[in-house]
Design a protein around this ligand. Structure first.
Ligand SMILES: [Zn+2]
Length: 311
């Protein structure tokens, strides 16, 4: 294998679009800094609701063609973020979008929720041992907001991190064990989300007649729980907005006459703030006594040179 960049970040997300909404600034920033940014998406998001009327025929209850279409949207989004390495867990279409609990989609045997965690994790172990990330980002145990695929992504990523480091696990097939240095769970600081809503309200909601509320935003936590903050400059915020816009079946991003867009809506059409700052918690519950880290790699890898860290 050719030599890997010194800093390597892997993100594990449930559906195409989650990465851009949740971590678009982070992905754009580290890609621009020359880190290897690897996205692993677990499903094709086949059960998503379709916003543009002209594409409504793709929906699961009509032609069921949304999955392949969203592969194209994701590819476009990754171009906007400057991310070259994106993969689907077990290959595209291996696991189907599980829909919400109680829906028929959630009963299908091929949905991600019904997958065996160890079997699904085995695919991710291969990716981890290949890419050898120092940092892995996924969701908290509730998946941020309780969607079955987000909960399952958390479980599979957590299990894969364990197995990838295990010298007794499939080394003949998946190569040298690798210990991920740090696992983060994406979150959103309550004060930042509330300020975002206050700004939107003051602006009359922008293009969205009605607004969501802070309770609708996945992964909102008290500010004191935030362990790391990645702030986007104008370039990263613009890249995030462009990547979100690429997921056109799922997201409407507000136009902005000056500066990066500040709001978006999902298929419920409720406006919410497009956050230019992204937040993380440490999965191992460690404290950061000096306040939140400003760099996900802090203390793990030097900022320049060398391929160390691949322990
Ligand atoms: Zn999702």
């Amino acid at each position: 294998m050719t030599e890997l960049p010194a800093r390597r970040l892997m993100l594990v997300h449930a559906h195409p679009d989650d990465e851009s909404i949740t971590n678009g600034v982070t992905m754009a920033r580290y890609a621009a800094e020359g880190a290897l940014v690897t996205l692993v998406t677990c499903t094709l998001g086949e059960e998503g609701e379709v916003i543009p009327p002209a594409l409504a025929h793709l929906a699961a209850d009509r032609e069921d063609g949304l999955g392949p279409h969203r592969i194209g949207e994701l590819r476009h989004a990754m171009r906007e973020l400057g991310v070259a390495d994106h993969r689907f867990l077990g290959g595209p279409g291996r696991y189907r979008d599980s829909g919400m609990f109680g829906t028929p989609a959630n009963e299908r045997p091929d949905c991600f929720w019904r997958a065996d965690v160890d079997e699904a994790a085995s695919h991710l172990v291969e990716e981890i041992r290949q890419v050898r990330p120092q940092v892995l980002v996924t969701y908290d145990p509730n998946g941020g907001y309780g969607h079955p695929d987000h909960i399952q992504a958390h479980r599979v990523a957590t299990r894969a991190v364990e197995l990838a480091a295990d010298p007794a696990y499939r080394t003949e097939r998946d190569g040298t064990p690798h210990r991920v240095g740090r696992v983060y769970w994406s979150c959103a600081a309550r004060s930042v989300v509330e300020e975002g809503f206050a700004r939107l309200r003051a602006a009359g909601g922008g293009p969205f007649p009605e607004l969501a509320s802070a309770g609708d935003v996945p992964g909102v936590v008290d500010d004191a729980e935030v362990d790391a903050v990645v702030e986007g400059g104008a370039a990263e915020a613009a890249a995030k907005a462009a990547a979100m816009r690429a997921h056109a079946t799922q997201i409407v991003v507000a136009d902005s006459p000056s500066g990066p867009p500040e709001s978006f809506a999902l298929s419920n059409r409720l406006g919410q703030p497009l956050l230019h700052t992204e937040h993380f918690r440490l999965a191992d519950g460690a404290e950061t006594p000096g306040g939140p880290l400003r760099d996900l790699f802090e203390g793990l890898v030097g900022t320049a040179g060398g391929a160390e860290g691949a322990r």
